[in-house]
Design a protein around this ligand. Structure first.
Ligand code: A3P
Length: 378
């Protein structure tokens, strides 16, 4: 149309005017074309970036099938859904693993966008492990730290080093979430801390692995462990009957799992045969409840991460009696950990509790010495 109108009007114009009109029209057409091309390219770029974020969230969430209690299917979905925000260009990660076994994404079309962006998400063996201690707040720690955009975690407990070691590292890596450069891969299996072979196996995977250990007053931990077991077994004996030999409080049954696990010093010594103390971070289970932002701050520092997860992420839920999350990548509404976290404990005879405290005291002191931290357990 423009050309037609130029042509019609040009009938009454001189050839000089005609030439000027043609030049002006062509110039206008050129600028209009360039502007539209730029606009389209910019829209396409932002769509691609948003797709990248969605894809990374998707690849992570597909593995977030929490199973804190072994193979139990009763695990809470609510704790699963607090997966982290996807990639942010923020900080550096911990030291790269010595093991460089990686797995590239398959050729699925949905990953083409990531590849076009020069990003190659792949599965890596973990840089960091939450190795325990069972019933001390390990799930809370994982859910809180994975709010960080540079932390990607396997949702379920993989139990590679204690149950599935024979399957090999390739199998293990396949259970890890996809990550891109700069993101930390994390896994939590609390039984690692107490399983004899695990320290050496982790060392062989990567001697630079960072280890996170949540610890809690061993008496409360034992009661929590018992409460969990009793919730699965209707005719469970009373705690007091199981924690002591021969029905009196004279001899503590150190073979009973809930009691045995609380002798932290004994298990820690095995880890220290393979890893320097500087590669271990001890998190107070009590403080993780009282002041989660403080403990998560320490964890971020230890992992070389920018402090992104702060007090702004938490609120205290009075009904639950525990800190909960305002929102996460997967859920924009406030939510708490699931029903299996923060259970009501049964009443335990104070005499039994006092006797257990007495039993643990020397082991706790040894643990304080080994870690250089006084947890002040009663
Ligand atoms: P109880 O259920 O006995 O209270 P783990 O995740 O290692 O199994 O630990 C479970 C414990 O985490 C719970 O034990 C609870 O005390 C503690 N915990 C710490 N922070 C919590 C939180 N924000 N919500 C629920 N439980 C939390």
């Amino acid at each position: 149309m423009i050309v037609m109108s130029i042509w019609c009007s040009s009938l009454s114009l001189s050839s000089r005017s005609l030439a000027i009109a043609v030049v002006v029209s062509v110039t206008l057409l050129y600028f209009s074309y360039s502007f539209n091309a730029c606009l389209l390219a910019s829209i396409s770029r932002s769509l691609q970036q948003s797709n990248i974020r969605n894809l990374l969230a998707l690849t992570s969430s597909t593995r977030n099938d929490t199973s804190d209690e072994g193979n139990s299917s009763r695990s809470s979905r609510s704790s699963n859904n607090s997966s982290v925000s996807p990639v942010s260009p923020v900080s550096s990660s911990s030291a790269p693993p010595a093991q460089t076994v990686t797995s590239s994404l398959d050729g699925a079309p949905k990953y083409q966008l990531l590849r076009q962006q020069g990003l190659r998400p792949s599965r890596h063996l973990p840089d960091t492990l939450i190795i325990g201690v069972k019933k001390s707040g390990t799930r809370a720690l994982l859910e809180f730290i994975r709010l960080h955009p540079d932390v990607r975690a396997a949702g379920s407990e993989v139990h590679f080093f204690d149950r599935h070691y024979q399957r090999g590292l390739r199998w293990y890596r396949h259970h890890m979430p996809y990550t891109i450069e700069g993101q930390i891969t994390m896994e939590k299996t609390p039984s690692y801390f107490v399983t004899k072979e695990v320290p050496q196996r982790v060392y062989h995977m990567n001697p630079a692995t960072k280890l996170l250990i949540v610890v809690r007053d061993p008496v409360t931990r034992a009661i929590s462990d018992y409460t969990q077991a009793a919730s699965k077994k209707a005719d469970m004996k009373r705690f007091e009957q199981l924690a002591f030999v021969n029905g009196s409080y004279a001899v503590v049954d150190t073979n009973w799992g809930p009691v045995k696990i609380g002798v932290y010093a004994r298990f820690l010594e095995r880890w220290l045969l393979y890893f320097p103390l500087s590669q271990l971070l001890f998190i107070s289970g009590e403080r993780l409840i009282m002041d989660p932002a403080y403990e998560i701050g320490r964890v971020q520092d230890f992992l070389g991460l920018k402090r992104v997860v702060t007090e702004k992420h938490f609120y205290f839920n009075a009904t639950k009696g525990f800190p909960c999350l305002f929102k996460s990548e997967a859920r924009s509404t406030p939510h708490c950990l699931g029903k299996t976290k923060g259970r009501n404990h049964p009443h335990i005879d104070p005499g039994a509790i006092e006797r257990l405290r007495e039993f643990y005291r020397p082991f706790n002191n040894k643990f304080y010495q080994l870690t250089g931290i006084n947890f002040s357990w009663p």
